[in-house]
Design a protein around this ligand. Structure first.
Ligand code: NAP
Length: 227
């Protein structure tokens, strides 16, 4: 099985890649800096393949699709992990919309255009799974304050996209799910969160679901949570 993980150079993306490799899969280590992709792939082992990919760049996505087509001819799993702007410093009423727009480019349009760009490769795969790494902060049910507006609104949009893609691809056997890793001690999560290995395990669970598994769901630690 060949999986591509975005933002795989640090944090949850790197650990997700590490766990998938440990399970015997080939993993494309996608990172927006070429050096970071190469260093991470070299550190993670021989079945880790580096790829420069800024998810906001349609040119990068087109180049990535061409490179993957030439090297592998297909892709089985896409983990949309890369995200930005956990904006604890602002609230919805006074939010800087430039920050919100910037967040949307990476957190929503990035995964969306990556799915579109890699769809021919995924269609050629045999274990089609798309994992959108989301957050409880994007749960409408949990949204009782205006804090972290850029992050929360873009993760809610990513959840909506998850439902739509799951519906569009259901007939083709794809399993498309959103996963919250919980609060994890990464650069984004800060100190105090759970170990990164625990957060990544829920992402790997969704990436390796058996045929006939759930699709169009929102999960944490393999259990459904409220939208
Ligand atoms: P992180 O430590 O901040 O890492 C973010 C990763 O995304 C980095 O590799 C970063 O690359 C990459 N990235 C950012 N913009 C990108 C772009 N335009 N193109 C490609 N890569 C890009 O974050 P994390 O905590 O591991 O979070 C991973 C995922 O889990 C995110 O979707 C986040 O929203 C979600 N999540 C995290 C927590 C938590 O507590 N940590 C909780 C809930 C959900 P650079 O190194 O180049 O910046």
């Amino acid at each position: 099985m060949i999986a591509l993980v975005t933002g795989a150079n640090r944090g949850l993306g790197r650990e997700t890649a590490r766990q998938l490799l440990a399970a015997g899969h080939t993993v494309v280590i996608a990172a927006r800096q070429d050096g970071a992709a190469r260093d991470t792939a070299a550190a993670l082992g021989e079945h880790a393949y580096p790829l420069r990919l800024d998810v906001t760049s349609t040119a990068d996505i087109a180049a990535a699709a061409g490179e993957l087509q030439g090297r592998f001819g297909h892709l089985d799993v896409l983990v949309n992990n890369a995200a930005i702007h956990y904006d604890t410093w602002q609230h919805a009423l006074g939010a800087d919309l430039a920050v919100v727009r910037e967040a949307a480019e990476t957190n929503v349009f990035g995964p969306w255009q990556l799915v579109q760009g890699l769809l021919p490769l995924l269609r050629a795969g045999s274990h089609q799974r798309i994992v959108n790494v989301s957050s409880g902060a994007g749960s409408l049910t949990e949204m009782t304050s205006g804090s972290t507006p850029a992050y929360s609104v873009t993760k809610a949009a990513l959840n909506a996209l998850t439902r739509m893609l799951a519906a569009d691809l259901r007939g083709e056997g794809f399993l498309v799910n959103a996963v919250c890793p919980g609060w994890v001690a990464t650069d984004m999560g800060g100190p105090g969160g759970r170990p990164v290995s625990e957060g990544a395990a829920g992402i790997v669970w969704a990436a390796t679901l058996p045929d006939g598994g759930p699709t169009g769901g929102f999960f944490r630690d393999g259990k459904a949570i409220a939208w």
